[in-house]
Design a protein around this ligand. Sequence first.
Ligand code: GAP
Length: 521
Amino acid sequence: MTDITQKRQKMAQQEDVFKKLISHCKEYGFVFPSSDIYDGLGAVYDYGQNGVELKNNIKRYWWDSMVLLHENVVGIDSAIFMHPTVWKASGHVDAFNDPLIDNKDSKKRYRADVLIEELLAKYDDKIEKEVEKAAKRFGDSFDETTFRETNARTLENQAKRDEIHARFVKALNESDLNELRQIIVDYEVVCPISGTKNWTEVRQFNLMFSTEMGSTSDGATKVYLRPETAQGIFVNFLNVQKTGRMKIPFGIAQIGKAFRNEIVARQFIFRMREFEQMEMQFFVRPGEELEWFAKWKEIRMKWHKALGLGDHKYRFHDHDKLAHYANAATDIEFEMPFGFKEVEGIHSRTDFDLGSHEKYSGKKLQYFDTELNQSYVPYVIETSIGVDRMFLSVMAASYCEETLEGNETRVVLKLPPPLAPVKVAVLPLVKKDGLPEKAQEIIQTLKFDFKSMYDEKDSIGKRYRRQDAIGTPYCVTVDHQTLEDSTVTVRHRDTMQQERIPVSNLLHTISHKVSLKSLFL
Ligand code: GAP
Protein backbone atom coordinates (compact mmCIF):
# COMPACT_ATOMS: atom_id res chain seq x y z
CA MET A 1 0.00 0.00 0.00
CA THR A 2 1.43 3.44 -0.95
CA ASP A 3 1.83 6.29 1.55
CA ILE A 4 -0.86 8.30 -0.17
CA THR A 5 -3.33 5.40 0.04
CA GLN A 6 -2.46 4.90 3.69
CA LYS A 7 -2.89 8.59 4.39
CA ARG A 8 -6.23 8.69 2.57
CA GLN A 9 -7.41 5.67 4.55
CA LYS A 10 -6.36 7.26 7.84
CA MET A 11 -8.12 10.51 6.95
CA ALA A 12 -11.26 8.64 5.92
CA GLN A 13 -11.19 6.69 9.20
CA GLN A 14 -10.78 9.90 11.21
CA GLU A 15 -13.60 11.59 9.30
CA ASP A 16 -15.74 8.57 10.00
CA VAL A 17 -14.96 8.69 13.74
CA PHE A 18 -15.68 12.42 13.77
CA LYS A 19 -19.08 11.87 12.12
CA LYS A 20 -19.87 9.17 14.66
CA LEU A 21 -18.82 11.47 17.50
CA ILE A 22 -21.18 14.20 16.25
CA SER A 23 -24.12 11.76 16.10
CA HIS A 24 -23.16 10.37 19.51
CA CYS A 25 -23.23 13.90 20.95
CA LYS A 26 -26.77 14.32 19.68
CA GLU A 27 -28.06 10.85 20.51
CA TYR A 28 -26.87 10.99 24.12
CA GLY A 29 -27.87 14.56 25.00
CA PHE A 30 -24.48 16.27 24.78
CA VAL A 31 -24.83 18.72 21.87
CA PHE A 32 -27.82 19.60 19.67
CA PRO A 33 -27.93 21.93 16.65
CA SER A 34 -29.49 25.22 17.74
CA SER A 35 -33.20 25.58 16.80
CA ASP A 36 -33.13 21.95 15.71
CA ILE A 37 -36.83 21.81 14.75
CA TYR A 38 -36.12 24.60 12.23
CA ASP A 39 -33.19 22.63 10.79
CA GLY A 40 -30.55 24.42 12.84
CA LEU A 41 -28.69 27.71 12.61
CA GLY A 42 -25.19 27.78 11.09
CA ALA A 43 -22.39 27.24 13.59
CA VAL A 44 -24.64 27.70 16.64
CA TYR A 45 -25.20 24.79 19.03
CA ASP A 46 -27.05 23.97 22.26
CA TYR A 47 -25.73 21.77 25.04
CA GLY A 48 -28.07 19.03 26.27
CA GLN A 49 -28.57 17.45 29.68
CA ASN A 50 -25.22 15.62 29.66
CA GLY A 51 -23.34 18.25 27.65
CA VAL A 52 -24.10 21.00 30.14
CA GLU A 53 -22.79 18.86 33.03
CA LEU A 54 -19.54 18.12 31.16
CA LYS A 55 -19.21 21.77 30.18
CA ASN A 56 -19.80 22.94 33.75
CA ASN A 57 -17.19 20.48 35.02
CA ILE A 58 -14.62 21.79 32.49
CA LYS A 59 -15.39 25.34 33.60
CA ARG A 60 -15.11 24.37 37.23
CA TYR A 61 -11.75 22.63 36.58
CA TRP A 62 -10.44 25.81 34.95
CA TRP A 63 -11.94 28.23 37.50
CA ASP A 64 -10.62 26.31 40.50
CA SER A 65 -7.17 25.95 38.94
CA MET A 66 -7.04 29.73 38.48
CA VAL A 67 -9.01 31.31 41.30
CA LEU A 68 -8.96 28.67 44.04
CA LEU A 69 -5.35 27.60 43.68
CA HIS A 70 -3.75 31.00 43.01
CA GLU A 71 -4.05 33.46 45.86
CA ASN A 72 -3.21 36.29 43.47
CA VAL A 73 -5.89 35.48 40.87
CA VAL A 74 -9.48 36.66 41.36
CA GLY A 75 -12.54 36.33 39.14
CA ILE A 76 -15.12 38.69 37.65
CA ASP A 77 -18.22 38.42 35.48
CA SER A 78 -18.52 41.42 33.18
CA ALA A 79 -21.39 42.28 30.80
CA ILE A 80 -21.50 41.16 27.18
CA PHE A 81 -22.44 44.67 26.00
CA MET A 82 -19.73 47.26 26.46
CA HIS A 83 -19.27 50.90 25.53
CA PRO A 84 -18.62 50.99 21.75
CA THR A 85 -15.36 52.92 22.24
CA VAL A 86 -13.94 49.83 24.01
CA TRP A 87 -13.78 48.10 20.62
CA LYS A 88 -12.23 51.11 18.95
CA ALA A 89 -9.53 51.20 21.65
CA SER A 90 -8.91 47.46 21.48
CA GLY A 91 -8.42 47.61 17.72
CA HIS A 92 -11.36 45.31 16.94
CA VAL A 93 -13.34 47.90 14.94
CA ASP A 94 -10.44 48.54 12.58
CA ALA A 95 -8.54 45.29 12.54
CA PHE A 96 -10.60 42.28 13.67
CA ASN A 97 -10.82 40.95 10.13
CA ASP A 98 -10.42 37.69 8.26
CA PRO A 99 -9.03 37.64 4.70
CA LEU A 100 -11.66 35.92 2.58
CA ILE A 101 -11.52 34.33 -0.84
CA ASP A 102 -14.33 32.70 -2.84
CA ASN A 103 -14.17 29.91 -5.36
CA LYS A 104 -16.22 31.10 -8.33
CA ASP A 105 -17.33 27.61 -9.34
CA SER A 106 -18.42 26.10 -6.02
CA LYS A 107 -19.42 29.54 -4.63
CA LYS A 108 -17.74 28.41 -1.40
CA ARG A 109 -15.98 30.95 0.78
CA TYR A 110 -12.63 30.27 2.47
CA ARG A 111 -10.19 32.06 4.70
CA ALA A 112 -7.16 32.72 2.51
CA ASP A 113 -4.76 32.30 5.47
CA VAL A 114 -6.28 28.91 6.33
CA LEU A 115 -5.89 27.68 2.75
CA ILE A 116 -2.19 28.60 2.91
CA GLU A 117 -1.73 27.02 6.35
CA GLU A 118 -3.22 23.80 4.95
CA LEU A 119 -0.82 24.02 2.02
CA LEU A 120 2.13 24.31 4.43
CA ALA A 121 0.82 21.34 6.41
CA LYS A 122 0.77 19.27 3.19
CA TYR A 123 4.48 19.97 2.63
CA ASP A 124 5.24 19.08 6.28
CA ASP A 125 3.39 15.82 5.81
CA LYS A 126 5.29 14.98 2.61
CA ILE A 127 8.62 15.58 4.35
CA GLU A 128 7.70 13.51 7.41
CA LYS A 129 6.50 10.65 5.21
CA GLU A 130 9.84 10.61 3.31
CA VAL A 131 11.72 10.49 6.61
CA GLU A 132 9.50 7.74 8.01
CA LYS A 133 9.88 5.67 4.85
CA ALA A 134 13.67 5.99 4.91
CA ALA A 135 13.78 5.16 8.64
CA LYS A 136 11.97 1.90 7.90
CA ARG A 137 14.21 1.10 4.94
CA PHE A 138 17.52 1.71 6.73
CA GLY A 139 16.58 0.44 10.18
CA ASP A 140 19.11 1.02 13.00
CA SER A 141 21.69 2.55 10.67
CA PHE A 142 19.33 5.44 9.78
CA ASP A 143 20.76 8.91 10.42
CA GLU A 144 17.82 11.33 10.27
CA THR A 145 19.84 14.57 10.28
CA THR A 146 22.03 13.48 7.35
CA PHE A 147 18.95 12.22 5.49
CA ARG A 148 17.16 15.57 5.90
CA GLU A 149 20.29 17.44 4.77
CA THR A 150 21.03 15.31 1.71
CA ASN A 151 17.92 13.61 0.32
CA ALA A 152 17.01 15.41 -2.90
CA ARG A 153 13.23 15.09 -2.66
CA THR A 154 13.15 16.12 1.01
CA LEU A 155 15.36 19.12 0.31
CA GLU A 156 13.16 20.16 -2.60
CA ASN A 157 9.99 19.95 -0.48
CA GLN A 158 11.65 21.75 2.41
CA ALA A 159 12.81 24.56 0.10
CA LYS A 160 9.29 24.98 -1.33
CA ARG A 161 7.79 24.93 2.16
CA ASP A 162 10.26 27.57 3.39
CA GLU A 163 9.56 29.76 0.39
CA ILE A 164 5.77 29.62 0.90
CA HIS A 165 6.21 30.21 4.61
CA ALA A 166 8.42 33.27 4.10
CA ARG A 167 5.99 34.76 1.57
CA PHE A 168 3.03 33.98 3.85
CA VAL A 169 4.56 35.61 6.95
CA LYS A 170 5.56 38.70 4.94
CA ALA A 171 2.09 39.00 3.38
CA LEU A 172 0.43 38.69 6.81
CA ASN A 173 2.76 41.22 8.40
CA GLU A 174 2.19 43.69 5.59
CA SER A 175 -1.56 42.86 5.32
CA ASP A 176 -0.89 42.30 1.62
CA LEU A 177 -4.10 40.70 0.34
CA ASN A 178 -2.91 40.48 -3.28
CA GLU A 179 0.13 38.49 -2.21
CA LEU A 180 -2.04 36.07 -0.19
CA ARG A 181 -4.06 35.43 -3.33
CA GLN A 182 -0.89 35.11 -5.41
CA ILE A 183 0.46 32.35 -3.12
CA ILE A 184 -2.81 30.44 -3.58
CA VAL A 185 -2.57 30.87 -7.36
CA ASP A 186 1.18 30.12 -7.63
CA TYR A 187 0.91 26.89 -5.65
CA GLU A 188 -2.25 25.81 -7.47
CA VAL A 189 -4.45 25.44 -4.41
CA VAL A 190 -7.75 23.94 -5.52
CA CYS A 191 -11.21 24.26 -3.98
CA PRO A 192 -11.97 20.95 -2.21
CA ILE A 193 -15.59 21.13 -3.47
CA SER A 194 -15.24 22.11 -7.15
CA GLY A 195 -11.65 21.01 -7.62
CA THR A 196 -10.94 24.21 -9.59
CA LYS A 197 -8.50 27.11 -9.17
CA ASN A 198 -11.02 29.77 -10.16
CA TRP A 199 -10.52 32.22 -7.25
CA THR A 200 -11.85 35.73 -6.55
CA GLU A 201 -9.77 38.54 -5.04
CA VAL A 202 -9.05 38.40 -1.29
CA ARG A 203 -11.14 40.81 0.84
CA GLN A 204 -11.14 41.77 4.51
CA PHE A 205 -14.27 40.99 6.55
CA ASN A 206 -14.91 42.28 10.12
CA LEU A 207 -16.01 39.50 12.46
CA MET A 208 -17.93 41.51 15.06
CA PHE A 209 -21.72 41.27 15.36
CA SER A 210 -23.41 44.60 16.00
CA THR A 211 -26.84 45.68 17.15
CA GLU A 212 -28.60 48.86 18.29
CA MET A 213 -29.12 49.91 21.88
CA GLY A 214 -31.94 52.36 22.73
CA SER A 215 -34.86 53.46 20.55
CA THR A 216 -34.18 55.22 17.26
CA SER A 217 -36.03 58.38 18.36
CA ASP A 218 -33.61 58.73 21.30
CA GLY A 219 -30.74 58.24 18.92
CA ALA A 220 -29.79 54.57 19.04
CA THR A 221 -26.19 53.60 19.69
CA LYS A 222 -24.44 50.90 17.71
CA VAL A 223 -23.12 48.32 20.17
CA TYR A 224 -21.25 45.09 19.60
CA LEU A 225 -21.61 41.61 20.99
CA ARG A 226 -18.18 41.15 22.55
CA PRO A 227 -15.80 39.08 20.39
CA GLU A 228 -13.63 38.26 23.44
CA THR A 229 -14.16 38.46 27.20
CA ALA A 230 -10.72 40.00 27.80
CA GLN A 231 -11.80 43.62 27.33
CA GLY A 232 -14.24 43.30 30.24
CA ILE A 233 -11.19 42.48 32.37
CA PHE A 234 -9.07 45.37 31.08
CA VAL A 235 -11.74 48.01 31.70
CA ASN A 236 -12.19 46.67 35.25
CA PHE A 237 -8.47 46.50 35.99
CA LEU A 238 -8.43 49.43 38.43
CA ASN A 239 -11.83 48.58 40.00
CA VAL A 240 -10.54 45.13 40.94
CA GLN A 241 -7.01 46.23 41.86
CA LYS A 242 -8.26 48.93 44.22
CA THR A 243 -11.24 47.13 45.81
CA GLY A 244 -9.33 43.87 46.13
CA ARG A 245 -6.10 45.62 47.24
CA MET A 246 -4.29 43.50 44.67
CA LYS A 247 -0.53 43.73 44.38
CA ILE A 248 1.32 43.15 41.13
CA PRO A 249 1.79 40.44 39.91
CA PHE A 250 -1.88 39.46 39.97
CA GLY A 251 -4.51 38.04 37.63
CA ILE A 252 -8.20 38.51 36.82
CA ALA A 253 -10.09 35.51 35.44
CA GLN A 254 -13.41 35.40 33.65
CA ILE A 255 -15.63 32.83 31.92
CA GLY A 256 -18.24 34.06 29.48
CA LYS A 257 -19.82 34.11 26.06
CA ALA A 258 -18.13 35.63 23.02
CA PHE A 259 -19.50 36.13 19.51
CA ARG A 260 -17.82 36.16 16.11
CA ASN A 261 -19.40 36.21 12.68
CA GLU A 262 -17.13 33.38 11.51
CA ILE A 263 -17.26 33.00 7.77
CA VAL A 264 -15.77 29.59 7.51
CA ALA A 265 -17.70 27.95 10.30
CA ARG A 266 -17.19 24.19 10.17
CA GLN A 267 -16.03 21.25 12.19
CA PHE A 268 -18.97 21.17 14.57
CA ILE A 269 -18.32 23.07 17.82
CA PHE A 270 -14.70 23.83 16.86
CA ARG A 271 -15.56 27.13 15.18
CA MET A 272 -18.83 28.63 16.35
CA ARG A 273 -20.50 32.01 16.02
CA GLU A 274 -21.53 32.01 19.70
CA PHE A 275 -19.04 30.34 22.01
CA GLU A 276 -17.58 30.55 25.47
CA GLN A 277 -14.12 31.63 26.59
CA MET A 278 -12.16 31.20 29.82
CA GLU A 279 -9.66 34.04 29.93
CA MET A 280 -7.17 35.25 32.49
CA GLN A 281 -5.17 38.47 32.27
CA PHE A 282 -2.09 38.47 34.46
CA PHE A 283 -0.71 41.95 35.25
CA VAL A 284 3.05 42.19 35.72
CA ARG A 285 5.89 44.71 35.93
CA PRO A 286 7.14 45.93 32.55
CA GLY A 287 10.25 43.97 31.65
CA GLU A 288 9.15 40.84 33.57
CA GLU A 289 6.54 39.79 31.03
CA LEU A 290 8.58 37.21 29.12
CA GLU A 291 9.49 35.40 32.32
CA TRP A 292 5.78 35.23 33.25
CA PHE A 293 4.90 34.20 29.71
CA ALA A 294 7.20 31.18 30.09
CA LYS A 295 5.70 30.34 33.51
CA TRP A 296 2.11 30.49 32.29
CA LYS A 297 2.96 28.35 29.27
CA GLU A 298 4.19 25.67 31.63
CA ILE A 299 1.25 25.98 34.05
CA ARG A 300 -1.33 25.78 31.28
CA MET A 301 0.27 22.78 29.56
CA LYS A 302 0.38 20.96 32.90
CA TRP A 303 -3.33 21.71 33.41
CA HIS A 304 -4.18 20.10 30.05
CA LYS A 305 -1.97 17.07 30.54
CA ALA A 306 -3.32 16.37 34.05
CA LEU A 307 -6.54 15.16 32.40
CA GLY A 308 -4.67 12.09 31.21
CA LEU A 309 -5.93 12.22 27.62
CA GLY A 310 -2.40 11.47 26.33
CA ASP A 311 0.60 13.81 26.51
CA HIS A 312 1.41 13.19 22.84
CA LYS A 313 -1.88 14.84 21.85
CA TYR A 314 -0.64 18.32 22.82
CA ARG A 315 1.94 20.63 21.31
CA PHE A 316 2.86 24.31 21.35
CA HIS A 317 2.62 26.26 18.14
CA ASP A 318 4.35 29.64 18.18
CA HIS A 319 2.64 32.34 16.14
CA ASP A 320 4.15 33.22 12.75
CA LYS A 321 2.58 36.62 12.85
CA LEU A 322 2.63 38.50 16.13
CA ALA A 323 -0.20 40.98 16.62
CA HIS A 324 1.24 44.50 16.65
CA TYR A 325 0.75 44.72 20.44
CA ALA A 326 2.23 41.31 21.34
CA ASN A 327 5.87 40.46 22.00
CA ALA A 328 5.31 36.69 22.30
CA ALA A 329 2.42 34.36 21.50
CA THR A 330 1.86 30.63 21.35
CA ASP A 331 -1.06 28.24 20.97
CA ILE A 332 -1.63 24.99 22.79
CA GLU A 333 -2.80 22.65 20.06
CA PHE A 334 -4.65 19.39 20.56
CA GLU A 335 -4.84 16.47 18.15
CA MET A 336 -8.48 16.58 17.02
CA PRO A 337 -9.89 14.00 14.59
CA PHE A 338 -9.09 16.57 11.87
CA GLY A 339 -5.48 17.24 12.92
CA PHE A 340 -3.65 19.37 15.50
CA LYS A 341 -5.74 22.49 16.21
CA GLU A 342 -5.62 25.45 18.57
CA VAL A 343 -7.45 25.03 21.85
CA GLU A 344 -5.79 27.77 23.87
CA GLY A 345 -3.78 30.91 23.16
CA ILE A 346 -1.14 32.34 25.49
CA HIS A 347 -0.16 35.89 24.64
CA SER A 348 2.21 38.49 26.00
CA ARG A 349 0.09 41.59 25.20
CA THR A 350 2.52 44.21 26.57
CA ASP A 351 0.76 47.37 27.86
CA PHE A 352 -1.20 47.76 24.63
CA ASP A 353 -4.75 47.30 25.94
CA LEU A 354 -4.45 49.28 29.17
CA GLY A 355 -2.42 51.97 27.38
CA SER A 356 -5.00 52.25 24.62
CA HIS A 357 -7.93 52.42 27.08
CA GLU A 358 -6.06 55.21 28.93
CA LYS A 359 -5.84 57.14 25.68
CA TYR A 360 -9.45 56.62 24.59
CA SER A 361 -11.09 57.04 28.03
CA GLY A 362 -8.84 59.81 29.31
CA LYS A 363 -8.60 57.90 32.65
CA LYS A 364 -5.31 56.81 34.17
CA LEU A 365 -4.96 53.02 34.33
CA GLN A 366 -1.73 52.84 36.27
CA TYR A 367 -0.44 50.95 39.25
CA PHE A 368 1.70 52.47 41.98
CA ASP A 369 4.40 49.94 42.80
CA THR A 370 5.43 50.61 46.41
CA GLU A 371 8.57 48.51 46.11
CA LEU A 372 9.80 50.51 43.10
CA ASN A 373 8.19 53.73 44.33
CA GLN A 374 6.94 54.27 40.79
CA SER A 375 3.70 54.25 38.77
CA TYR A 376 3.38 52.37 35.50
CA VAL A 377 0.89 50.79 33.10
CA PRO A 378 1.29 47.06 33.83
CA TYR A 379 2.18 44.55 31.14
CA VAL A 380 -0.18 41.64 30.58
CA ILE A 381 0.11 37.92 29.98
CA GLU A 382 -3.14 36.45 28.74
CA THR A 383 -4.25 32.82 28.80
CA SER A 384 -7.36 32.33 26.66
CA ILE A 385 -9.09 28.99 26.14
CA GLY A 386 -12.35 28.13 24.39
CA VAL A 387 -14.73 26.05 26.53
CA ASP A 388 -16.31 24.48 23.45
CA ARG A 389 -12.97 23.51 21.91
CA MET A 390 -11.92 22.04 25.22
CA PHE A 391 -15.23 20.13 25.29
CA LEU A 392 -14.58 18.81 21.78
CA SER A 393 -11.02 17.75 22.62
CA VAL A 394 -12.18 15.87 25.73
CA MET A 395 -15.01 14.15 23.84
CA ALA A 396 -12.80 13.24 20.86
CA ALA A 397 -10.09 11.74 23.06
CA SER A 398 -12.62 9.83 25.20
CA TYR A 399 -14.78 8.29 22.46
CA CYS A 400 -13.96 4.58 22.04
CA GLU A 401 -15.54 1.71 20.18
CA GLU A 402 -14.56 -1.61 21.73
CA THR A 403 -15.07 -5.17 20.63
CA LEU A 404 -15.77 -7.42 23.59
CA GLU A 405 -15.84 -11.18 24.05
CA GLY A 406 -18.38 -12.92 21.85
CA ASN A 407 -17.93 -10.19 19.20
CA GLU A 408 -20.21 -7.85 21.10
CA THR A 409 -19.33 -4.15 20.76
CA ARG A 410 -19.69 -1.23 23.09
CA VAL A 411 -19.28 2.52 22.72
CA VAL A 412 -17.70 3.98 25.80
CA LEU A 413 -16.74 7.53 26.68
CA LYS A 414 -13.57 7.20 28.72
CA LEU A 415 -13.96 10.67 30.15
CA PRO A 416 -11.65 11.77 32.97
CA PRO A 417 -13.92 10.81 35.94
CA PRO A 418 -13.95 14.33 37.48
CA LEU A 419 -15.39 15.67 34.21
CA ALA A 420 -18.02 12.95 33.65
CA PRO A 421 -21.60 14.32 33.55
CA VAL A 422 -22.90 11.55 35.82
CA LYS A 423 -20.53 10.12 38.41
CA VAL A 424 -22.55 7.13 39.53
CA ALA A 425 -25.60 5.19 38.37
CA VAL A 426 -27.48 3.11 40.93
CA LEU A 427 -29.25 0.15 39.36
CA PRO A 428 -31.59 -2.36 41.06
CA LEU A 429 -30.93 -5.79 39.54
CA VAL A 430 -34.68 -6.37 39.23
CA LYS A 431 -37.71 -4.13 39.55
CA LYS A 432 -39.17 -5.95 42.57
CA ASP A 433 -38.44 -7.50 46.00
CA GLY A 434 -37.61 -4.10 47.54
CA LEU A 435 -34.50 -3.60 45.36
CA PRO A 436 -35.76 -0.32 43.75
CA GLU A 437 -36.48 1.11 47.21
CA LYS A 438 -33.00 0.13 48.44
CA ALA A 439 -31.41 1.69 45.34
CA GLN A 440 -33.35 4.95 45.91
CA GLU A 441 -32.19 4.94 49.52
CA ILE A 442 -28.56 4.71 48.36
CA ILE A 443 -29.09 7.56 45.85
CA GLN A 444 -30.26 9.76 48.73
CA THR A 445 -26.91 9.25 50.48
CA LEU A 446 -24.87 10.12 47.35
CA LYS A 447 -26.80 12.86 45.59
CA PHE A 448 -25.50 15.77 47.67
CA ASP A 449 -21.91 14.93 46.77
CA PHE A 450 -22.14 14.16 43.07
CA LYS A 451 -24.49 13.80 40.14
CA SER A 452 -26.13 10.41 40.57
CA MET A 453 -28.65 8.63 38.37
CA TYR A 454 -31.24 5.93 39.02
CA ASP A 455 -32.18 3.49 36.24
CA GLU A 456 -34.38 0.40 36.46
CA LYS A 457 -35.47 -0.05 32.82
CA ASP A 458 -34.20 -2.92 30.62
CA SER A 459 -31.66 -5.64 31.36
CA ILE A 460 -28.65 -4.82 33.51
CA GLY A 461 -26.38 -5.25 30.46
CA LYS A 462 -28.32 -2.64 28.48
CA ARG A 463 -28.22 -0.26 31.42
CA TYR A 464 -24.42 -0.64 31.70
CA ARG A 465 -24.11 0.19 27.98
CA ARG A 466 -26.23 3.33 28.39
CA GLN A 467 -23.96 4.52 31.21
CA ASP A 468 -20.81 3.63 29.20
CA ALA A 469 -22.12 5.77 26.35
CA ILE A 470 -22.33 8.88 28.56
CA GLY A 471 -19.08 8.11 30.37
CA THR A 472 -20.38 7.29 33.88
CA PRO A 473 -17.32 6.00 35.77
CA TYR A 474 -19.26 3.86 38.28
CA CYS A 475 -22.36 1.68 38.17
CA VAL A 476 -23.61 0.41 41.51
CA THR A 477 -25.83 -2.68 41.34
CA VAL A 478 -28.27 -3.44 44.13
CA ASP A 479 -29.17 -7.14 44.35
CA HIS A 480 -30.76 -9.54 46.84
CA GLN A 481 -27.52 -9.87 48.80
CA THR A 482 -27.65 -6.09 49.39
CA LEU A 483 -30.79 -6.59 51.47
CA GLU A 484 -29.02 -9.16 53.61
CA ASP A 485 -25.55 -7.67 54.19
CA SER A 486 -25.68 -4.06 52.91
CA THR A 487 -23.08 -4.64 50.21
CA VAL A 488 -23.31 -3.71 46.52
CA THR A 489 -21.31 -4.41 43.39
CA VAL A 490 -19.41 -1.50 41.87
CA ARG A 491 -18.64 -1.79 38.17
CA HIS A 492 -15.74 0.22 36.78
CA ARG A 493 -16.45 1.76 33.37
CA ASP A 494 -13.08 1.27 31.65
CA THR A 495 -12.17 -2.23 32.85
CA MET A 496 -15.79 -3.42 33.32
CA GLN A 497 -14.50 -5.19 36.43
CA GLN A 498 -16.78 -5.47 39.41
CA GLU A 499 -16.04 -5.49 43.11
CA ARG A 500 -18.31 -6.01 46.09
CA ILE A 501 -18.11 -3.33 48.77
CA PRO A 502 -20.18 -2.22 51.77
CA VAL A 503 -22.71 0.51 51.01
CA SER A 504 -21.07 2.55 53.76
CA ASN A 505 -17.81 2.68 51.71
CA LEU A 506 -19.47 3.93 48.49
CA LEU A 507 -19.12 7.64 49.08
CA HIS A 508 -15.43 7.38 49.89
CA THR A 509 -14.61 4.97 47.02
CA ILE A 510 -16.32 7.13 44.42
CA SER A 511 -15.39 10.60 45.63
CA HIS A 512 -11.73 9.66 45.78
CA LYS A 513 -11.68 9.21 41.96
CA VAL A 514 -14.18 11.80 40.79
CA SER A 515 -13.12 14.87 42.73
CA LEU A 516 -11.37 17.66 40.84
CA LYS A 517 -8.76 17.56 43.58
CA SER A 518 -7.48 14.28 42.13
CA LEU A 519 -6.46 16.24 38.99
CA PHE A 520 -4.58 18.90 40.93
CA LEU A 521 -2.47 16.61 43.10
N1 GAP B 1 -8.55 37.31 24.04
C1 GAP B 1 -7.77 36.59 23.11
C2 GAP B 1 -8.55 35.81 22.16
O1 GAP B 1 -9.77 35.92 22.09
P1 GAP B 1 -8.32 34.01 20.29
O2 GAP B 1 -7.13 33.19 19.91
O3 GAP B 1 -9.01 34.76 19.22
O4 GAP B 1 -7.78 34.99 21.43
C3 GAP B 1 -9.00 32.38 22.20
O5 GAP B 1 -9.36 33.08 21.04
C4 GAP B 1 -9.63 31.01 22.22
O6 GAP B 1 -11.04 31.12 22.04
C5 GAP B 1 -9.16 30.10 21.10
O7 GAP B 1 -7.96 29.44 21.44
C6 GAP B 1 -10.33 29.13 20.96
O8 GAP B 1 -10.22 28.08 21.92
C7 GAP B 1 -11.52 29.99 21.32
N2 GAP B 1 -12.22 30.43 20.10
C8 GAP B 1 -11.91 31.47 19.31
N3 GAP B 1 -12.78 31.57 18.29
C9 GAP B 1 -13.66 30.55 18.43
C10 GAP B 1 -14.81 30.11 17.70
N4 GAP B 1 -15.25 30.76 16.63
N5 GAP B 1 -15.49 29.02 18.14
C11 GAP B 1 -15.07 28.36 19.26
N6 GAP B 1 -14.01 28.74 19.98
C12 GAP B 1 -13.31 29.82 19.59
